[in-house]
Design a protein around this ligand. Structure first.
Ligand code: NAD
Length: 305
């Protein structure tokens, strides 16, 4: 029997919570006792316009169900105002779900500077700004849980999404660094690459597939990672349709060359199979995991290439 994980007394900010995944998180946290700040700019899929109706509708749903929630209509680029709403309404912030997002899909050949800049501004700068505003609060209270939202497009690349995929992968390394810096203050940051039916995916997937991809099937992982009892920190997960998996970096065993003037492009070609052989991989988790001193020692014993 699964234990019920509750969030009574905790305040959760969910950005972009007026629809799709964010709405599912907001409803789920509120149902488990949390105070929720429902942030949504009310923008179109491409980031144009604004409306208070998105956030207000979700706040109404929460209040009708007996929960506690307030709206915030700022863009995530004004992250301090979103955190201010939480502090004014509930006097604290414990959990931050950076979820707001937009798309400007175009082949790289047709992509404009504004397609690039707007995507970076909402996803990367927006996540930075809200996190930055919450960070000192988390540090002082020695508790914080952050979820950032990446995408399979960010991990693997995807046609027509050079702007979006680069922004989404940036959020993976942003999370890894926050996790390292926050650990000693009990601030945990994790990142998800979700897949769910929303206005973002409705045009790229058939209806029967969309029916199986409820945003509600992403929320359980998000809530588990944000619970005070959860130790997981600095990890990336793919999640959707009832599937949850953790991803990590894998490094091939690699090849070692004598680092002298005999180390030439042709020498690389000779050992290409060794460089790309994943038979005995390692799983690095920090820049220090590459043992360059060890490689140099090993190389000393080698004849010239
Ligand atoms: P969605 O369009 O339904 O929801 C995004 C919400 O963010 C919208 O309500 C929108 O008004 C809001 N928003 C946009 N710009 C904003 C801003 N500047 N400030 C505040 N709010 C803003 O999309 P979704 O599918 O629920 O996506 C949620 C997140 O998950 C996004 O970051 C998206 O990139 C990511 N994602 C979704 C999928 C998927 O399959 N749905 C896949 C990979 C990643």
């Amino acid at each position: 029997m699964a234990q019920e994980l509750r969030f009574d007394g905790r305040t959760v900010i969910v950005t972009g919570a007026g629809g799709g995944l964010g709405r599912a998180y907001a409803l789920a946290f509120a149902a488990r006792g949390a105070n929720v700040v429902v942030n949504d700019l009310g923008a179109s899929r491409g980031g144009d316009g604004s409306s208070s109706a998105f956030a207000d509708k979700v706040v109404d749903e929460i209040i009708k169900a007996g929960g506690k929630a307030v709206s915030n209509y700022n863009s995530v680029e004004d992250g301090d105002k979103i955190v201010e709403t939480a502090m004014k309404a509930f006097g604290r912030v414990d959990i931050l779900i950076n979820n707001a997002g937009i798309l400007r899909d175009k082949s790289f050949a047709r992509m404009t500077d504004s397609d690039w800049d707007l995507i970076q501004a909402v996803h990367v700068r927006g996540s930075y700004k809200v996190t930055k505003a919450a960070w000192d609060i988390f540090r002082k209270q020695k508790f914080g849980r952050i979820i950032n939202t990446a995408s399979a497009a960010g991990i693997y690349g995807n046609f027509g999404q050079a702007n979006y995929s680069s922004a989404k992968l940036a959020l993976v390394s942003f999370t890894e660094t926050l996790a390292k810096e926050g650990a000693k203050a009990n601030i945990h940051a994790n990142v998800i690459a979700p897949i769910a039916a929303s206005r973002m995916t409705e045009s790229v997937m058939p209806p029967d597939v969309l029916a199986a991809l409820k945003p509600d099937y992403v929320a359980p992982l998000v809530m588990y990672l944000c619970h005070e009892s959860t130790e997981e920190n600095g990890s990336l997960f793919e999640v959707g349709a009832g599937f949850v998996a953790k991803l990590r970096w894998e490094r091939s065993k690699g090849a070692v060359f004598k680092a002298d003037d005999t180390f030439l492009p042709g020498t690389v070609a000779v050992k290409w199979n060794e460089i790309t052989d994943f038979t005995n991989p390692t799983y690095p988790t920090s820049p220090g995991d590459a043992d360059f001193v060890g490689f140099l020692e090993k190389a000393k014993a080698l004849p010239s290439n």
